[in-house]
Design a protein around this ligand. Sequence first.
Ligand SMILES: NC(=O)c1ccc[n+]([C@@H]2O[C@H](COP(=O)([O-])OP(=O)(O)OC[C@H]3O[C@@H](n4cnc5c(N)ncnc54)[C@H](O)[C@@H]3O)[C@@H](O)[C@H]2O)c1
Length: 268
Amino acid sequence: MGTLDGRVALVTGAGSGVGRAVALRYVRAGASVVGFDRNADGLARSVEFSDGAMVAAVGDVCDRATLDAAVATAVERFGGLDIIAAIAGISKTGSLLEMSDEDRDAILGVNLVGVWNAAKAGLPALLERGAGGRILACGSIESVLGGAGLAAYVASKHGLIGLIKSIALELARTGITANVISPAGVDTELLRAVVPPASIAHIAHSTPVDRLSTPEEVAAFFEFMAGPETGYMTGGNLVVDGGVALLNSHTTGQSWAETPVTVAISDN
Ligand SMILES: NC(=O)c1ccc[n+]([C@@H]2O[C@H](COP(=O)([O-])OP(=O)(O)OC[C@H]3O[C@@H](n4cnc5c(N)ncnc54)[C@H](O)[C@@H]3O)[C@@H](O)[C@H]2O)c1
């Protein structure tokens, strides 16, 4: 028996990285999944990996009509919707002075308004099912920390926290919960597109656990949080960061931004 048997999930960003891993994990856990992405080829590959168990819905989280259509697919094909996993995201680096207004709007549009759109499109179907619905948004370590050259991304990911806290309160008496899951340094196309290889090594080695995470590792938290045992957590932010948020360059005595953290472990 799977942890998500009989449940129906909409997963945005299911064509790559964390979203693909979550969609496939939900399928393995027994859920029926509508995978949503603007990248039709990536989404088709995810469906292949799922042995056809996932239904593809090509669309853009900035376009509510395409999300409405994906929710309609979930209802028509699988009889309803229980889980919204809003994972689609983009990033681009650039200081406040360098970044164009268009890039700022694109980042805020996908990462923040896109989650709003997914939640708004799916909520009527969740309410129709009654208690047990789950809204999960993919945050980031940048939901809790600042980042030079990442102001738009950081603002979008901080904004998610406020959005989800508020949705959680609005739904608190319905039995539907809303939470953020915030990874750091996941080995995906997004990370490799934005960060040069040398800096990826730096990110890995300056993480206390000394490595990046995998999409599958992050997906495990999305499965648990989508499940039936998490009803008492709502409006929360589950940080899955290998200890990054614990670091404080004042107290480690090292410049975290420049020096990999090395920890000597004694046998005693
Ligand atoms: N990779 C990391 O280090 C990292 C760390 C923290 C948080 N995250 C978050 O994880 C989430 C997934 O990122 P990833 O690393 O798997 O990246 P990824 O690029 O591998 O996957 C992102 C997916 O989202 C899709 N997408 C982008 N914009 C879209 C839109 N407007 N409409 C529909 N689909 C869209 C892309 O086509 C892609 O398939 C993002 O929200 C990201 O911010 C990633």
